[in-house]
Ligand binder design. Structure first.
Ligand SMILES: Cc1cc2nc3c(=O)[nH]c(=O)nc-3n(C[C@H](O)[C@H](O)[C@H](O)COP(=O)(O)OP(=O)(O)OC[C@H]3O[C@@H](n4cnc5c(N)ncnc54)[C@H](O)[C@@H]3O)c2cc1C
Length: 500
């Protein structure tokens, strides 16, 4: 069987790349190991509850009249109106020690006002900070555009064209927050997006924090009725309607090379498919090391990847409650819970097994979508970020003990913030880094790809390719996240289109 393009994996990047290519009339095949599309963008059922695996907040949507990049892409695919979008009014609720909590609205002026009311002595710093966040995000877009087509013999000093970008582009979140603010509590109220990348503020690139803050305020956080599985399904339909093929329960076990060029794949059942181009939606590590013979792996690829570190995974509880959110005290969907003010110190526990001290994230989906589960019930996902290594070292017996001990600890910690939650549990499922490893097949169970600190993100993402006709589209070679990977998959498809 001959195809123009074969795509390995039906995660966000794989699906959007496939949808774009199918709509442009390319003969294409998607091979997916799992029995459903979406990768992280999936859901599963327990009893009368359907649990979202990954999505908390979608960015780059914008409104119908002023669409963001993702809404525009879904419009091109013809699926914008098939999906029931839910705009979220608040960015997040930060729950600090000593019962202090702050909710930031998804509006710049309102957020500034909330923070000034709580921290009046830092009023000017708050206003200056938001100015920098906005300026930096605009300059970043301008810089990217400029670099894609730089002016030859440019007279003007580029550092003067993009001053904020050059001042803040390589700083960590903690460095910038320390420059602006005295109050640690205030710093914590402005930095929650560190958990979307799994990097504590002392390593989290400020450029990404600024970008997230700008994008979620200007284009609003979104969720969708039915959860991310609905987007995955809609994209699958686009592929099929445009005569693309997609096979589930059908992983790729081998990439075929001829004269060092990728020319096809072999699936788990031994079937062989030929193609002009391959797009891998899985990690470069698994692509090179699992799908090629060791003698075929380019030495440059091995050296190149040594510079990147496998990222963090998660320990998560998926909880169905037999009560309403208000009965246990949920007022906002996305909650970050700190039991200590030193987030950088607390984050070090991510290298240990038990979630006793790690910052806790709890998302109550019912707040944004009361129809997410039967009337009078509530869906919550709660957990901490954890590296996979200590979990991989456990024996099978110890694994189960540790898993349920860790779940008990998270529930105890939730109970102090949301009293009564334990008594209202109707369904509960627990995911460890090994669960993410099993379902996604990512090294270390990484949920955000490689670590994305200042030296390995935004400007230095591991995008380089080493085998002719083999491209990558995934959270491993791009900023992680839903919108970034749908958009990136589309971009890779456009590049492949020019080549095929
Ligand atoms: C718990 C959690 C919470 C998250 N929260 C958010 C959030 O709120 N907002 C946000 O924007 N992002 C969030 N993310 C991150 C986001 O989900 C990911 O960055 C993004 O979905 C990754 O997409 P991807 O294109 O890299 O594909 P992946 O989702 O990594 O999918 C890869 C696919 O490849 C398949 N595969 C693997 N090996 C093979 C093989 N050999 N052959 C064929 N198929 C194979 C897998 O089965 C999988 O379907 C979260 C992720 C997780 C897990």
């Amino acid at each position: 069987m001959n195809y123009d393009v074969i795509i390995i994996g039906a995660g966000n990047g794989g699906l959007s790349a496939a949808a774009t290519l199918a709509m442009k009339g390319k003969k294409l095949l998607v091979l997916e190991r799992h029995n459903i599309p979406g990768g992280c963008g999936t859901s599963f059922r327990r009893g009368r509850f359907e649990f979202e695996v990954a999505l908390h907040q979608l960015n780059a949507m914008g409104s119908e009249d002023s669409p963001g990049a993702l809404r525009k892409l879904f419009r091109e695919y013809g699926i914008e109106n098939q999906i029931d979008w839910i705009e979220i009014n608040s960015l997040f609720k930060v729950n600090l020690p000593n019962d202090m909590s702050v909710v930031l609205p998804a509006n710049r002026e309102e957020s500034e006002a909330v923070l000034i009311e709580k921290f009046p002595e830092e009023k000017q710093a708050i206003l200056d900070y938001f100015k920098v966040v906005y300026q930096l995000s605009k300059e970043r877009a301008g810089f990217t555009q400029y670099m894609s087509n730089p002016v030859k013999n440019q007279k003007e000093d580029i550092t003067k064209m993009f001053p904020s970008f050059f001042k803040y582009g390589l700083k960590t979140t903690q460095e910038v927050l320390n420059d602006f603010f005295d109050s640690t509590e205030l710093q914590l109220c402005l930095s929650p997006y560190w958990c979307f990348m799994g990097m504590s503020p002392d390593r989290f690139p400020f450029l990404i924090l600024a970008g997230c803050t700008y994008s979620y305020i200007e284009e609003k956080p979104y969720y969708l009725r039915g959860g991310s599985q609905v987007m995955s399904q809609a994209l699958t339909e686009v592929i099929r309607k445009n005569d693309g093929e997609i096979k589930f329960n059908c992983g790729v076990k081998r990439i075929i090379l001829e004269n060092n060029k990728a020319v096809g794949v072999i699936d788990d059942n031994g079937a062989e498919y030929k193609c002009k181009k391959i797009i891998s939606n899985i990690s470069p590590i698994n692509t090179y090391y699992n799908l090629l013979d060791s003698s075929e792996i380019p030495i440059q690829a091995k050296e190149y990847l040594k510079g990147y570190t496998i990222g963090i995974s998660a320990f998560s509880l998926f909880i169905g409650l037999d009560c309403t959110p208000s009965e246990v005290g949920f007022t906002d969907s996305f909650n970050l819970i700190y039991d200590d003010l030193d987030v950088n110190e607390e984050f070090k526990y991510s290298h240990t097994l038990l979630p006793e001290f790690d910052p806790l994230v709890a998302t109550c989906y019912t707040i944004d979508d009361p129809k997410v589960s039967p009337p009078g019930t509530t869906v919550v996902s709660a957990g901490v970020l954890k590296y996979g290594d200590p979990w991989m070292e456990l024996s099978p017996e110890k694994y189960y003990d540790t898993k349920y001990k860790a779940a008990d600890i998270v529930l105890n910690r939730l109970e102090t913030r949301f009293p009564g939650i334990r008594d209202h549990i109707e369904e509960i499922e627990v995911a460890t880094p090994l669960t993410y490893m099993r379902y996604l097949d990512h090294p270390g169970g990484a949920i955000y790809g490689y670590e994305q600190d200042v030296k390995s993100s935004t400007l230095f993402l591991p995008k380089q390719e080493f085998i002719e006709n083999l491209s990558f589209a995934s959270g491993w070679v791009n900023s992680c996240g839903f919108a970034p990977n749908y958009l990136y998959g589309n971009g890779v498809a456009m590049k492949v289109l020019r080549e095929v």
